[in-house]
Ligand binder design. Structure first.
Ligand code: NAI
Length: 479
């Protein structure tokens, strides 16, 4: 089944068919697929642990803290409504952090094991191009090695975008990395940026007892999300106690070693506010990361903002060098990078690797969660596509009623002419899992009617997906 790697101008004697720089979800998933397809593969990462930002300082530790902080809040304030009385709930933050660290260590070791199992050479060290077919690695353990290879996959990811004039010390003024590792619950926390990181980590520290204020430049939070979902999301988070200053920008932020003092101005003009906080989280986006890789030595050109441009097959301007994940732009999501890593491995092995960008889900892991796939109403309007909307609220779903998780709704957007599902948006306690059905539907080119005809178990929250699909045709049945 395995086809040979496509011919390159590399000498026949090269040790590797593929060297991957970056051991995050794009890199390690691509490495496994490449090895499965018979390519001699090496992966280089300087962190000393595989899994990239996602596993070490991103998705996984944040989800561990989101889950733990949610249990803490439930135990402290949420169980009474079910007739369960709990007294004396206390927080052992050190133990919570230790649990998070244990999960991360186990998972990074798991990825290392997968490399061994698939006979992938893993080098813990810093990679630098010598030329298009040679990658020099300075090993963390000392010494170095140069890997001769037919192809290279750049999967170096992204780093936190800093704000001009605001120094991140990871103690008082923190990025997401520092915000995952606070040793004490701050009394007050200011989050700069009402995007995914700000709202997830803001939720964690609010639940653990911090007074959280989010300062957002735009007049809305989560700019990429469907507007209606975003509005309801804002209302729910505000009801939970997070304060929002929308349409504001931070002009100065100075730490005196104990507190940070900020000047905040309305974007539209007006009086500045002076604020102070024990911790400030800067979460205004991420930017591509290729420091020290010496792209120029290989002849690879980066775009103006540092993203590496690629063609439809993820080839850079140097045809034997591919790039995937955050470093090429688009959605900065672990699973998007994974899809691209696999596609590149398959393309190199002569197969038809491909990513369907219409079927990449996004999830914000707050409570309730917010999940989406495909187009928003705003995108459909801008593209001039006529669509139908089907909506179903969790207040009308029996299982959500029983669970007391009635916040939110499911919204399905279908083509007005063909009924094909173009987008889906869920705000609800289990939205991140629920969206999978609609991702599957979009992947298979399903119509809203198809989802409406599928038998869903009763009573489940998934019935709300079916009802929303039926609602595109005015056929809501439940409650
Ligand atoms: P983001 O792009 O999601 O949000 C940044 C927010 O900051 C935007 O709302 C933007 O308008 C605002 N902003 C920008 N400059 C500002 C300023 N000077 N003052 C105030 N507000 C400002 O970026 P975020 O939250 O940092 O996340 C980075 C990336 O990581 C995103 O692409 C995100 O998709 C990804 N990520 C995904 C997660 C998930 O899927 N659950 C979890 C965490 C991160």
């Amino acid at each position: 089944m395995t086809e040979p790697a496509p011919p390159t101008d590399a000498p026949a004697s090269v040790a590797y068919d593929l060297v991957i720089v970056g051991g995050g979800p794009g890199g390690y998933t691509g490495a496994i697929r490449a090895a499965q397809l018979g390519l001699r593969t090496a992966i280089v990462d300087k962190r000393g642990a595989l899994g990239g930002t996602c596993l070490n300082v991103g998705c996984i530790p944040s989800k561990a803290l989101l889950h733990a902080s949610e249990l803490y809040e439930e135990a402290g304030h949420g169980l009474g409504k079910f007739g369960i009385k709990v007294a004396g709930v206390t927080l052992d933050l050190a133990a919570m952090q230790a649990q998070k660290a244990k999960v991360v260590t186990e998972l990074t070791r798991g990825v290392e094991y997968l490399m061994k199992k698939n006979k992938i050479t893993y080098l813990a060290g810093t990679a630098r191009f010598v030329d298009a077919h040679n990658v020099a690695v300075t090993l963390n353990a000392g010494g170095g090695e140069t890997l001769a290879t037919r192809n290279v996959m750049i999967a170096t990811g992204s780093e936190v975008t800093a704000l001009p004039g605001i120094a991140i010390d990871e103690k008082i003024v923190v990025s997401s990395t520092g915000a995952l590792d606070l040793a004490a619950v701050p009394k007050t926390m200011i989050v700069i940026g009402g995007g995914v990181i700000g709202l997830e980590l803001g939720s964690v520290w609010r639940r653990l007892g911090a007074e959280v204020t989010v300062i957002e430049f735009l007049d809305r939070i989560t700019p990429g999300l469907d507007g209606e979902v975003s509005k309801q999301f804002l209302r729910i988070l505000a009801k939970q106690g997070i304060k929002f200053l929308l349409g504001h920008k931070v002009t100065t932020c100075v730490s005196d070693g104990k507190k940070a003092r900020l000047t905040v101005e309305p974007v539209a003009g007006g009086d500045a506010l002076d604020l102070a906080a024990d911790v400030v989280l800067v979460a205004v986006g991420r930017r591509p990361y290729t420091d020290g890789l010496d792209l120029a030595a290989a002849g690879v050109e980066a775009g103006p903002r540092g993203f590496i441009p690629v063609d439809a097959h993820y080839r850079t301007n140097v045809p034997t060098i591919f790039a995937v994940g955050d470093v090429i732009g688009g959605l900065m999501l672990a699973h998007k990078a994974e899809e691209e890593g696999v596609a590149v491995a398959e393309i190199m092995a002569g197969q038809a690797g491909h990513v369907n960008y219409d079927a990449i889900p996004g999830v914000v892991y707050t409570m309730p969660e917010v999940a989406n796939v495909g187009r928003s109403e705003e995108e459909l309007k801008a593209a001039g596509i006529a669509y139908k909307v089907g909506k179903f609220p969790f207040t009308a779903n029996a299982r959500a009623k029983a669970n007391l998780t009635t916040e939110g709704f499911v919204k399905v957007l279908a083509d007005a002419a063909t009924d094909r599902i173009l987008g889906a948006h869920i705000i609800g306690s289990d939205a991140g899992n629920m969206i999978a059905e609609l991702v599957t539907a979009i992947e298979f080119g399903a119509a809203a009617e198809d989802v409406g005809r599928i038998c869903h178990a009763h009573p489940t929250e998934m019935e709300a997906v079916r009802e929303a699909a039926l609602a595109t045709d005015g056929r809501v049945r439940q409650m």
